[in-house]
Design a protein around this ligand. Structure first.
Ligand SMILES: C[S@@+](CC[C@H](N)C(=O)[O-])C[C@H]1O[C@@H](n2cnc3c(N)ncnc32)[C@H](O)[C@@H]1O
Length: 288
């Protein structure tokens, strides 16, 4: 064991104390373990480590949620179920989805552009995909009614927040979408299935704060034809000038790191989100 590495018992103790918090109980344990192990190296003691881990979990997961209550998810699932029954036009279900999308800060910002957000991306890749990975999905899969995907297209949703995943899983089952929804740590090692498109919507800045090497590691591991990477560039309130310059620079650095796999870069932005579609030259990283 590295002299600087915290003892397993210390990591377990911090993870246990963080899990007592209602706010962070639903975060994938692999994320909490990773952060506990990092913060124990810097902390002045166990109490300080717990505080630091909670702060980092807030940045990674908590800041986007507007509702932390576990019971609310059951009510949300009931609302979705009720809306989907006998809803021939799909109007009621869309209304509930819209309402729930407004619960997560990042999907709320996208609501004004939902009609064209996904279809612009599909246009950039030559049509709607037959399979997709939504990485760090939050509640974004609830935008399915606006995605215009073929009924057979498979939807693989992953997020560190198991509460969001539970809601997404219930929704995708309810609408009969072939899918997988799972809580995973995308800053750790992952082995994901080959698909047409991987969406990393507003995920890179979040992973950068957890581990600066995580995004490139994740992107390099993907066996996909297209990657869609996005960054928030302006809050709806107009704050955040300079964000676009910062994130365009971040994007350029990512592209340099991914080179030479990227064959084409197509922009599919909306007013408050920088969206780029990266088309790759080969399907599997092992071929690169
Ligand atoms: C800014 S939100 C973006 C959500 C969604 N992609 C969208 O654009 O609406 C970032 C998401 O990443 C998730 N996340 C943060 N760290 C993660 C990790 N290490 N592994 C998996 N998901 C993570 C958060 O729970 C959150 O849902």
């Amino acid at each position: 064991m590295n002299a600087n590495e915290p003892a397993d018992d210390d990591v377990r103790a911090v993870v246990g104390r963080v899990a007592e918090s209602r706010r962070y109980r639903a975060v994938d344990p692999a994320v909490v373990r990773r952060l506990a192990s990092e913060e124990l190296r810097r902390a002045r003691g166990p109490d300080d480590a717990v505080k630091r881990v909670k702060r980092r979990l807030h940045q990674a997961v908590g800041a986007y949620r507007t509702s932390a209550a576990g019971g609310a998810i059951d009510r949300d699932i009931e609302r979705l179920t009720a809306a989907s029954q006998g809803d021939r036009s799909g109007g009621e279900l869309r209304a509930v989805c819209r309402d729930l999308l407004a619960r997560h800060a990042s999907t709320r910002e996208r609501l004004p552009f939902l009609d064209r957000f996904y279809t612009t991306i599909w246009d950039a890749i030559g049509g709607a995909p037959a399979s997709l990975l939504d990485l760090g999905c939050g509640l974004a899969p609830l935008a399915l009614p606006w995605m215009q995907l073929p009924a057979s297209a498979t939807y693989h949703a992953i997020d560190a927040d198991s509460r969001a995943i539970r809601l997404v899983d219930a929704f995708l089952s309810l609408v009969g979408r072939p899918h997988v929804a799972e809580a995973r740590d995308l800053a750790g090692e992952v082995d994901l299935p080959a698909v047409d498109v991987a969406l990393l919507l507003k995920l890179v800045p979040i992973l950068d704060r957890q581990d600066p090497a995580a995004s490139v590691r994740l992107l390099r591991s993907l066996a996909v034809r297209h990657m869609v990477v996005s960054f928030p560039i302006r809050s709806l309130g107009g704050r955040g000038r300079g964000m676009e310059t910062t994130y365009r620079r971040r994007l350029e650095a990512l592209l340099r790191d991914l080179d030479p796999r990227v064959r084409r870069v197509t922009e599919a932005s909306v007013p408050n989100e920088l969206v780029v579609v990266l088309t790759l030259s080969r399907e599997h990283p092992a071929d690169a």
